[in-house]
Ligand binder design. Structure first.
Ligand SMILES: [Ca+2]
Ligand SMILES: [Ca+2]
Length: 185
């Protein structure tokens, strides 16, 4: 059968209009709106008492996959304001930054919908682990970074969760001295 051009064009329009909005298009949409994908839900800004190398796990950033679909966190950066500025500027730095390369109890780097990732600045005997719906990662911040490895300013700073380029921001949380040890959005 031979179709004329207008009939072919009409058929194409009908097919395009009838494509279902499935998971593929949903994930594309959320990827274009990073703020609706990974959201910071809590930041540990100040260890109780004197800040030391031993209690630097009291500094942490916890974020949640709020997109409704699995999200690949390979290359995701967790940084303070100083390191974030350097990343955006393309300046090399090793302090105050953590890049996710793998996840414990996970064959890859996909975080399921609703799950949490917490990056602690210290270490843990046994290393990274998954507890319930939370991945716990330990950055082992160097003692030369910040104050004994504690680098989120207690008085005012910003925690950032971004893609590897730094400019695609999933979430950020700023604080101006809050009188406590953690801040939440
Ligand atoms: Ca601090
Ligand atoms: Ca303190």
């Amino acid at each position: 059968m031979r179709l004329n051009k207008s009939a072919i064009l009409l058929a194409a329009v009908v097919i395009a209009a009838s494509l279902p909005a499935g998971p593929a298009s949903a994930s594309t949409a959320t990827a274009d709106v990073p703020g609706d994908v990974l959201k910071i839900v809590e930041v540990g800004t100040d260890a109780m008492g004197a800040d030391s190398y031993a209690n630097r796990n009291r500094e942490f950033v916890r974020f949640q996959n709020v997109s409704g679909v699995p999200v690949d966190v390979a290359g995701v950066l967790v940084e303070d304001n100083w390191a974030h500025a350097k990343t955006v500027a393309g300046d090399a730095h090793t302090c105050n930054t953590y890049k996710i390369v793998d996840l414990p109890s996970n064959a890859g780097t996909m975080v399921a919908a609703g799950e949490y990732v917490t990056v602690f600045n210290g270490t843990r005997w046994g290393g990274n682990r998954k507890v319930g719906s939370e991945y716990q990662l330990f950055a082992n911040s160097d003692t030369d970074c910040g104050t004994f490895g504690q680098f989120f300013n207690n008085d005012a700073d910003t925690a950032w969760v971004t893609k590897a380029n730094g400019t695609d921001v999933y979430s950020s949380k700023s604080w101006d001295w809050n009188g406590g040890y953690v801040v939440k959005p």
